[in-house]
Design a protein around this ligand. Structure first.
Ligand SMILES: Cc1cc2nc3c(=O)[nH]c(=O)nc-3n(C[C@H](O)[C@H](O)[C@H](O)COP(=O)(O)O)c2cc1C
Length: 158
């Protein structure tokens, strides 16, 4: 039995969360950036975790494309989904469906892991959008560590 965490990220939060999951898991766990390995083969793994972050209500297209292409194989696995997003309410829960309805329905655990904001990593358009959403100009880290622990337990990664 082994697990793989497949993630996509723009500014690093979803990757950081993949690292935290790997650290907390006692199950042998690989983690893979889907932007670097879009054709990663999940066949050898019994457990697959998919993680992405949200920008203007969408997850990275590499993640959507991977889920679409590997839909049948994913539905044979034990899967878990996580999202990094500023919204951890109703809209946030809706983002979990962006992996695809079948994948969402099949997942054992689906969690919102919170967000991080790093102004220096944003391009000018992102900065403009962020100024409208957020009043503060400071960096922030609002990761939901309880959700991460619950995810590890529900997925039996430990
Ligand atoms: C330009 C921009 C747009 C964003 N749009 C959304 C959004 O539509 N909904 C949301 O909940 N969070 C939104 N966020 C917050 C990000 O999802 C959050 O910062 C997340 O931690 C980014 O993860 P990443 O570093 O893995 O890319 C946005 C952030 C930026 C910079």
């Amino acid at each position: 039995m082994s697990a793989v965490i497949l993630y996509t990220t723009k500014h690093g939060t979803a990757e950081k969360c993949a690292g935290i999951l790997k650290e907390k898991a006692s199950l042998e766990t690989e983690f893979v950036n889907l932007k670097e390995s879009p054709d990663f083969d999940i066949k050898p793994f019994s457990t697959v975790v998919l993680g992405a972050s949200v920008y203007v209500e969408k997850i990275q297209r590499e993640m959507s494309a991977f889920c679409e292409k590997n839909r049948e194989e994913l539905l044979k696995k034990k899967i878990g989904l996580y999202i990094c997003s500023g919204d951890t309410g109703k809209a946030g829960r809706g983002y979990l469906k962006l992996f695809g309805n079948d994948v969402h329905n099949h997942a054992i655990s689906k969690k919102l892991f919170g967000s991080e904001i790093y102004w220096e990593k944003m391009n000018p358009i992102e900065k403009l959008a962020m100024r409208i959403i957020k009043k503060s100009k400071g960096n922030s880290s609002d990761l939901e560590m309880t959700a991460i622990d619950d995810f590890v337990a529900e997925m039996k990664l430990k």
